[in-house]
Write a protein that binds this ligand. Structure first.
Ligand code: TNX
Length: 510
């Protein structure tokens, strides 16, 4: 009997003999609560099969055979964990879950059980669309199953953001961390601060203007697209560092007053928001207010990483702030900055997320820490009772090379290699964390920094197949985590990538 090539691997599965066949008269049977999900499933199945997939209301009596039945037991949502059961017999398919999100994940599993050609946009008339008979019971291990994308260093078109979200959905990832601002580009429209899109969104590269941004309507469209796929978008607005693009448009928010240009080189820059200037806070609060309006999710990421203290040390306003607030040094000034923004977020019912540098000089109450310089920051934060997302460079940085065969790999982050196997070996809960503190580890996330990723095709290559490995790390039970069977299952997913037309790294099994 063939194995089930599902990624992430489900908690319990029982393969039986025989198949269900998708046929021209297969229908999708829904309840009022699962109608939208039925439409989604039909949209996934129609292009490649060419079948109509009528959607029928269960209340109107369901046909005895040949249906895919979507049942959600309790709506409105009571639990958001994503558990579901799927059973396939020769006559019917049943996906059942406490809430819509579970039904959605059941649909993803079902789609993966079909031949990879299901990803095609053109019908394949002679294809046998068979689904193995089985029962599955499944639920995720972690609640934060994240993927990050830096659109600051290189702008990625809206269509690709949707492709990215679709890929996340296929592998049951649920948090899209959208890194919208950085030194080299600001990518989100602000109605109140038009210079952010007139100036900060563009840089001059080889005499030509490079850049782009998402209008507020684009953002709403993406957030809704993600929502339909049960993905929460976490926007990141970087502060106090990584903000040179802003200062190019509004130099008065810096310590020196500028002038500045949107940079065309990578790295960490000394010019950052002036922590002694009230206008810097007013500006950020106005921008964040627009951001709150666009992103209904509970989290706002405010960056906080790699903020040099050079300017603050020589800035009379920053030094005055240090005196007034009774702070010890510039590290505490950074902490003051983040805590003040944290209070503003809390007043608007938003949770602050920041890179692990926000630990320095004292953590803002309620802050969620993203541990990127290894897992130590995460351990420290969890011990303080703060939620943690693990995203260490050593296992989660998809901007690093996929192999040390540098000549045959696209240029990536110099000197760093992150093979698929290493991603797969990642354990988000460090052994040294006592069980009562392990619960603060919400999950893990893959980060896609784009200094060396100029376009969306290369971004696809960098995440595929590493994202598949991470998806299994954050979803599957540890006893199912075995490299060899994973690699065997993975081989089956290339047919889907080919059908969709995605670029990926074909992992050689040794
Ligand atoms: C560090 S990770 C950064 C990014 C870079 C990345 C390159 C983090 C919070 N900051 O600004 O793009 O390294 O790998």
């Amino acid at each position: 009997m063939n194995t089930l090539n599902i990624i992430p691997y489900p908690l319990k599965s029982d393969r039986q003999e025989g198949f269900f066949h998708l046929l021209p008269d297969t229908v999708i049977t829904v309840e009022t609560t699962t109608r939208g999900l039925g439409e989604y499933l039909a949209q996934q199945l129609r292009p490649s099969t060419g079948f109509p997939f009528d959607i029928q209301d269960a209340a109107q009596g369901k046909q005895p055979t040949n249906c895919i039945l979507l049942v959600s037991e309790s709506f409105p949502q009571t639990s958001e964990d994503g558990s579901y059961s799927l059973s396939v017999d020769s006559d019917n398919i049943l996906i059942k879950a406490p809430t819509g999100i579970g039904v959605f994940y059941g649909i993803q599993t079902l789609l993966q059980l079909l031949p990879g050609e299901i990803g095609r946009q053109e019908p394949l008339p002679e294809k046998n669309w068979e689904i193995p008979q089985l029962t599955i019971e499944d639920n995720p291990r972690f609640s934060w199953r994240g993927m990050h994308l830096d659109v600051g260093r290189h702008f990625m078109p809206k269509a690709f953001i949707k492709t990215y979200i679709d890929l996340m959905a296929r592998y049951k990832m649920n948090i899209f961390h959208w890194h919208l601002t950085d030194d080299q580009g600001w990518r989100i429209e602000s109605r109140q601060h038009p210079k952010l899109t007139e100036i900060s969104a563009w840089r001059t590269e080889n005499g030509k203007s490079y850049g782009g941004y998402y209008s507020q309507d684009d953002v709403r469209e993406i957030v809704e697209y993600a929502q339909e796929r049960y993905i929460t978008v976490v926007p990141e607005i970087e502060m106090p560092g990584h903000s040179l693009a802003v200062l190019a448009a509004y130099p008065e928010l810096s310590c020196t007053g500028g002038p500045f240009e949107v940079p065309t080189t990578w790295g960490v820059f000394d010019d950052v928001f002036c922590a002694g200037n009230e206008n810097a806070f007013t500006f950020l609060e106005h921008v964040l207010t627009e951001v709150f309006d666009l992103f209904p999710g509970p989290y706002i990421h405010i960056g906080g990483d790699e903020c040099p203290k050079t300017r603050w040390k020589n800035c009379p306003k920053c030094q005055e702030r240090i005196r007034q607030e009774g702070l010890k040094d510039e590290k505490e000034l950074q902490s003051f900055f983040i805590q003040r923004i944290g209070r503003f977020l809390a007043e608007h019912d938003k949770h602050l997320v920041g890179w692990d540098e926000i630990l320095e000089g004292g953590l803002a109450p309620d802050a969620t820490v993203m541990s990127w310089r290894g897992v130590q920051g995460g351990i420290t934060a969890a011990k303080l009772g703060h939620p943690v997302v693990m995203t260490p460079e050593s296992h989660c940085y998809f901007d690093h090379y996929q192999s040390s065969d540098f000549l045959n790999e696209p240029k990536a982050f110099e000197g760093h290699v992150l093979p698929l196997e290493t991603v797969y070996a990642f354990e988000p809960v460090p052994a040294e964390l006592p069980p009562e503190m392990a619960r603060y580890v919400l999950g893990a996330q893959g980060n896609v920094w784009t200094e060396y990723i100029p376009d969306s095709k290369q971004a696809e290559y960098m995440i595929l197949p590493r994202m598949c490995a991470l998806a299994e790390v954050v979803w599957s039970a540890t006893h199912h985590r075995e490299l060899k069977p994973f690699l065997a299952r993975l081989a089956d997913h290339y047919a889907y990538f080919d059908a969709v037309g995605l670029r990926y790294r074909h992992h050689e099994q040794r």
